[in-house]
Write a protein that binds this ligand. Structure first.
Ligand code: ATP
Ligand code: MG
Ligand code: MG
Ligand code: MG
Length: 436
């Protein structure tokens, strides 16, 4: 992408409406544009990050054995009457009437719809277990949309739904998602602590929220410091190893971690004082095991072995895909701008031409840009070097490959690592090798 032709708008001024760093930076770096309260258009750089986050989420869901589907955003009120949630859900639900006066809604979540779909095909216990997920826009008419995409009204969520024959099977499905979540956030370079959580309107008895620690988070959190040093990468437990997964789950959850809603003063007092951490965090994922709440209400029952009947045990598992883009910036930025982790960066590098129009400099920049291909943007604008540095820092490319007349003459590229600020003079080949 050549910046001279790209639609990658940056703002010099800090937008007045943005209260937290990630929101300010998303607007300044031209990632999103608000079109109505809590509703955003994603611009090219923002969309690339969103897609990369979405892809990591997808790969870990697939790896855990879940299967992707795509359900619509618009749902019929009828389904929600079956579960009894149509009236309960309240004002967060955007209700729509079509031309035939039929009541519709913009889905805030999909338990009812997926249960109805599964019911149409599943016949017996042989159709269990299954886990279906989709990555789709949701709408919740939040009273106070704020912090940009972190609390939007329209937002992208991954939601998975598991169906099992027995409570034990359902707990295994739950643990599979638990592990998938740890892997997902770890791949993005985030420490997301699983915290015991309230099951709220979804109902049920087992639930964890995955929380990224951040001053600006909306949840109060209490956790054992062991979570700060836990190495999730050491978890090579296989998804289908029932006993191994249970042991892993019990190990991870044996340390104290709870949101303020679930905080238990007595259990907290048992945590050694030096290890008690209190702070704030951002909810990026939430998993629930809720048993037969929806299957029973919506008439999902299957033939069991030997003439028995099974009402599937269900769980649901959400990840805030668009919220994660904001949370990632909250966790990775400085005064100058964003510091994208490699795994989600919109482009790995920016090639900065310090003397546009100088034949040798232009030639070397073109050469490097051609070799990097879609991994790089090329700042070939006629602007001052200072402006190019500022924009590259703001947009947060993990690498900056800086080339001026002096470097071009010597065949050297100055490579800057955005996250650490480290700089090195390298050959063109080395620059390509490090970036790709
Ligand atoms: P919150 O407590 O922040 O309102 P929630 O508990 O209502 O979130 P869930 O129903 O658990 O949300 O949905 C699953 C995930 O969807 C959340 O963990 C969060 O990451 C994301 N999410 C929920 N509401 C929003 C929103 N308004 N904007 C962006 N992401 C959201
Ligand atoms: Mg909410
Ligand atoms: Mg919540
Ligand atoms: Mg939640």
């Amino acid at each position: 992408m050549r910046l001279s032709r790209a639609f990658l708008p940056t703002l010099k001024e800090t937008p007045a409406e943005a209260q937290i760093a990630s929101h300010r930076l998303m607007l300044r770096a031209g990632l999103v544009r608000q079109t109505s309260a809590g509703i955003y258009a994603w611009l090219p750089a923002g969309l690339r990050v969103l897609r990369r986050v979405e892809q990591i989420v997808r790969e870990e869901q697939d790896r855990a054995g879940a299967q992707e589907i795509l359900m619509p955003t618009i749902q019929s009120a009828e389904l929600w009457r079956e579960s009894g949630r149509y009236d309960d859900y309240g004002k967060e639900m955007l209700r729509i009437t079509d031309r035939h006066e039929r009541e519709m809604l913009f889905g805030p979540t999909n338990e009812e719809m997926v249960t109805d779909i599964f019911k149409s095909y599943a016949k017996s216990y042989r159709d269990l277990p299954r886990n279906l997920y989709h990555i789709q826009w949701k709408f919740r008419d939040e009273v106070r949309p704020r912090f940009g995409v972190m609390r939007g009204r329209e937002f992208l969520m991954k939601d998975a739904y598991s169906f099992d024959a027995t409570p034990e099977g359902a707990r295994h499905s739950y643990r599979q998602m638990f592990l998938a979540y740890l892997r997902t956030f770890q791949r993005m370079g985030l420490t997301a602590v699983p915290m015991r959580a309230d099951t709220g309107p979804i109902g049920g008895d087992l639930s964890h929220e995955f929380i990224i620690l951040a001053e600006t988070g909306e949840s109060g959190v209490f956790y054992d410091a062991t979570y700060e040093t836990t190495d999730w990468a050491g978890t090579d437990v296989a998804t289908n190893d029932v006993a191994g997964l249970e042991a892993f789950f019990n190990g991870v959850t044996s340390s104290y971690a709870a949101t303020d809603e679930m905080h238990d003063a007595a259990a907290w007092a048992a945590v050694p004082e030096a290890r008690r951490r209190e702070g704030r965090g951002i909810e990026v994922g939430h998993i629930f095991y809720f048993g037969t709440k929806y299957s029973a209400a919506m008439g999902l029952s299957l033939a069991g072995p030997e003439g028995t009947t099974i009402i599937p045990e269900m769980g649901s598992y959400g990840i805030g895909v668009s919220r994660l883009v904001g949370a990632l910036i909250e966790a990775n930025h400085d005064e100058a701008g964003i510091k994208w982790p490699d795994a989600v960066a919109p482009w790995a590098a920016a090639v900065l031409n310090l003397r546009q129009g100088d034949a040798a400099t232009d030639a070397m920049c073109e050469d490097l840009y051609a070799r990097l291909g879609d991994a790089a943007v090329y700042d070939d604008r006629g602007s001052r070097a200072g402006e190019k540095f500022a924009d590259a820092d703001l947009m947060g490319f993990p690498w900056q490959a800086i080339i001026g007349p002096r470097g071009a003459a010597a065949g050297r590229v100055e490579l800057k690592r955005r996250a650490s600020g480290e700089r090195a003079e390298v050959s063109l080949e080395d620059a390509v090798a490090r970036i790709l």
